[in-house]
Write a protein that binds this ligand. Sequence first.
Ligand SMILES: Nc1ncnc2c1ncn2[C@@H]1O[C@H](COP(=O)(O)OP(=O)(O)O)[C@@H](O)[C@H]1O
Ligand SMILES: [Mg+2]
Length: 167
Amino acid sequence: MDRARLDSLNIILVCGLPGSGKSHFSKKYFQDTDRRRINRKEIRRHLYEMLNFGRTWSEDKFNETDEFLVKHVERKTIEHLLQARQRLLVDNTSVTRSSRQAYVSLAQRMHCSIGVVFLNTPVKLCLERNAQQADSVPGLAVTNLAAALELPTENEGFREIVIVENY
Ligand SMILES: Nc1ncnc2c1ncn2[C@@H]1O[C@H](COP(=O)(O)OP(=O)(O)O)[C@@H](O)[C@H]1O
Ligand SMILES: [Mg+2]
């Protein structure tokens, strides 16, 4: 991992399966920088809990209508921070090419550079770590995502691609 090259990017997308270690990695390497972190899962939880008088979020509350708002808030937050010339780290699953394309398009529209760090942690380890989490996703969701997983490739529009095995 070439740290200086990553640090020069406007956006670093950190992706991988649930339990692959994205949030752990992001905090470990970027907490003490001026980069701001965006996490769609946390936007989802905070919005749900605000709208429901503090009732606790759980994965079974997921619904596509609310997800439209979640993505809108995420996108507006990214645009706002990029306009303010702040550097960002987006901590989001994004294991498929199409799910990453939205971030690449947004970066291009804003004339910003984007790179990706993909945590290609073995599925078995992801499942074990996920199961230990208080807000774990169903194991089947992890294996379905693993089956759909597409590692980032050179022609996706990223300036830097880092694939981490066994984080
Ligand atoms: N490299 C690592 N070393 C030790 N613990 C880790 C490591 N990666 C992840 N974990 C732990 O595994 C769990 C899941 O990691 P997390 O970063 O929350 O995954 P993700 O954000 O990809 O869903 C957390 O409890 C985290 O502290
Ligand atoms: Mg996380």
